[in-house]
Design a protein around this ligand. Structure first.
Ligand code: IPE
Ligand code: IPE
Ligand code: MG
Length: 248
């Protein structure tokens, strides 16, 4: 892998990119394959996307791999998705570690098999001092669940209502210490949040593409970054250009 960031033509890079990796099932269906084959192809693509993220010089990547609602899928598919996470850790950890990727998990580990929980925790431990890319894996993650457990812990800690601020809530989220996502990419065209980072996405920019996740390649990733670079992020204010023009 190239060690030089290849972001020269992209302009302003997001610090944090988050991805809803959607469309594996439809990708498989369109080829007459079982859904799990789509998840396997999606996982192969994830390797390429992680590599591209490092090459672009992006610092934080959060990927939505399994939602709290995905437990409602057929048991065979759920089992397959669990197996894929295990397999990815087994096969990719060394290379990710060598590339300076720090793995983190957001969501609840409790419901996963003990052996899988241990693998995730070991991978986090092994990579904890890496700083080239922080890779948050949202697995058994739900935005509402994250907020509910934050409220529970805030109350348990006896925080007085007057001290509850944006910053304090941030400290109680799984993403504590991670900047909000600047850009959220959703593949396969659905125009919805699906319970992903609902607090953190307050001012994220969105890029939605009809491309199914297994086909989302580096060229399209680059286009998403170029689109982001051209956005005017106003945060409820007026554009800085307009402001300067009107006060001149
Ligand atoms: C995304 O692909 C992967 C997960 C949600 C785990 P899907 O499995 O949702 O694929 P579609 O949306 O059914 O095509
Ligand atoms: C979102 O995709 C969850 C992940 C990508 C892990 P879904 O396929 O579960 O979302 P919906 O059901 O289309 O909203
Ligand atoms: Mg889907």
């Amino acid at each position: 892998m190239s060690k030089t960031p290849q972001n020269v033509s992209i302009g302003k890079l997001p610090l944090h990119v988050a991805m809803i990796m959607d469309g594996n099932g439809r990708w498989a269906l369109s080829r007459g394959l079982p859904r799990i084959a789509g998840h396997k192809a999606g996982t192969e693509n994830l390797r390429r996307v992680i590599r591209a993220t490092v090459e672009f010089g992006i610092k934080y990547l959060t990927i939505y791999a399994f939602s709290t609602e995905n437990w409602g899928r057929p048991p065979e598919e759920v089992k397959g998705l669990m197996y894929i996470l295990e397999d990815v850790i087994d096969r990719e950890l060394k290379e990710l570690h060598d590339e300076g990727v720090q793995l983190r998990h957001i969501g609840r580990l409790e419901r996963l098999a003990p052996t899988l929980q241990k693998k995730v925790l070991d991978a986090i431990e092994v990579t904890k001092t890496n700083d080239r890319l922080i890779l948050n894996i949202a697995f058994n993650y739900g935005g509402r669940d994250e907020i509910v457990q934050a409220i529970q812990r805030i109350i348990k800690d006896g925080v007085s209502p007057d001290n509850i601020t944006d910053e304090l809530v941030n400290q109680y989220l799984y993403t504590k210490g991670v900047p909000d996502p600047d850009l959220i990419i959703r593949t396969s065209g659905e125009l919805r949040v699906s319970n992903f980072l609902i607090w953190q996405a307050a001012y994220s920019e969105w890029y939605v593409t009809p491309t199914y996740w297994p086909d989302f390649d580096k060229e399209e990733y680059r286009r998403a970054l170029e689109t982001f670079a051209g956005r005017d992020r106003r945060y409820g204010k007026v554009s800085s250009n307009e402001y300067e023009a009107s006060s001149a």
